[in-house]
Write a protein that binds this ligand. Structure first.
Ligand SMILES: Cc1cc2nc3c(=O)[nH]c(=O)nc-3n(C[C@H](O)[C@H](O)[C@H](O)COP(=O)(O)OP(=O)(O)OC[C@H]3O[C@@H](n4cnc5c(N)ncnc54)[C@H](O)[C@@H]3O)c2cc1C
Length: 319
């Protein structure tokens, strides 16, 4: 199987720099998906010419994102994509945006990150090695990355690909509609009403995967409850940041609060302790949540969610 890496491009990157980056990285990874963030004029055409090593182009365009100084939504979208594509190497052109987004991404995906590299090379052992200018660029230091996925920004502007080496490629609109993109489009109004909702459902890490989180969200919709999450699913970009409940997110005071698959850590508990009635669901009978909830259920929260959804479906005319 051919190893595929990912190139990230941002609105402020020049086309020549993006092609330069592809040229600089093609020696170490044979194929790349190119993810373009923002309204980049060139990539708005249906068909664009790209260097040989680029096998697909995905454009993430969201005017709300582009106005924001906070770049973490870009990182959340990229993280969701990278998790699906399982790409282990992510490169971008050195610049203000990329040098901020890639370290955030590397912390979300628990990888390693180096910025402002002169070059990226492959050692005879197969390991990737980064060359970086140090001591006012008088010396070149070589670093290896200690864990995957690896993220790097490169000063690659001087390797412009000649236009006659570019191949035409069509945007793959099916790819653009992938689940990750649709689900993780960031909206600032997402947490509207979380603090004042009369009923709240909070999902924690125990809820599992993106698909099962969607079920918890569905349940909240059915019960006309607000939906929130603990920090791990937010860090994993399963749930957007505005839905975080706790000291670093929203402090809620609902009448009824159903907590699915959360341990009940203090930083989270502070966000729900003002609730009138708390119902906790956890498989671990010793979980902290059971020390402060009013009703506790030792059960698999995914089964509980499914059972509640099925019950609602079977009694729809009563709701
Ligand atoms: C400065 C600081 C600020 C923080 N701010 C916040 C904050 O605002 N909000 C926040 O949430 N966290 C915050 N945290 C993190 C917090 O300390 C906890 O790490 C976090 O709340 C844990 O989230 P969790 O309960 O989802 O995950 P975990 O602690 O991993 O718990 C998952 C739970 O799910 C249970 N489980 C697993 N599978 C199932 C299943 N199938 N069914 C039912 N139960 C299951 C497990 O038994 C476990 O108890 C902060 C931490 C720090 C240091």
């Amino acid at each position: 199987m051919k190893m595929t890496g990912t190139l990230l491009a941002f609105r402020d990157d020049l086309l020549s720099e993006i092609w330069g980056l592809a040229g600089a990285c093609a020696g170490v990874i044979p194929e790349f998906d190119l993810l373009v963030f923002g309204n980049h004029e060139y990539f708005r055409q249906d068909e664009v010419a790209v260097p040989e090593c680029i096998k697909s182009v995905l454009v993430f365009e969201n005017p709300e994102l582009e106005e924001q100084w906070d770049l973490s939504p870009h990182a959340e979208i990229a993280a969701a994509y990278l998790r699906e594509s399982k790409s282990q190497t992510v490169f971008a052109v050195s610049g203000e945006t990329a040098n901020r987004v890639l370290p955030i991404l590397s912390s979300i995906l628990d990888g390693s990150c180096l910025i402002d590299l002169k070059a990226i090379e492959r050692l005879p052992s197969g390991e990737l090695c980064a060359a970086k200018g140090i001591w006012d660029m008088n010396l070149t230091a070589r670093y290896t990355f200690n864990k995957n996925p690896i993220f790097a920004t490169l000063q690659a502007g001087d390797r412009f690909a000649a236009t006659n080496t570019l191949k035409p490629i069509r945007h793959n609109s099916e790819m653009i509609n992938i689940h990750a993109y649709q689900s993780y489009e960031y909206k600032q109004s997402d947490n509207e009403g979380l603090a004042d909702a009369p009923m709240l459902i909070v999902a924690g890490r125990g809820m599992g995967s993106r698909e099962t989180f969607i079920n918890a969200q569905k349940l909240a919709q059915e019960l006309k409850a607000a939906f929130g999450a603990t920090r791990p699913p937010v860090q994993d970009a399963i749930v957007p940041y505005p839905l975080l409940v706790g000291v670093s997110g929203t402090i809620c005071a609902p009448d009824k609060c159903l907590i699915l698959g959360a341990s009940g850590a203090a930083a989270f508990a502070a966000g729900v302790e003002k609730s009138n009635t708390i119902i906790g669901v956890n498989t671990d009978p010793f979980a902290e949540i059971f020390s402060f909830c009013d009703y506790g259920l030792i059960a698999d929260c995914r089964e509980v969610t499914d059972a509640m959804l099925n019950y609602i479906e079977g009694h729809r005319n009563e709701f």
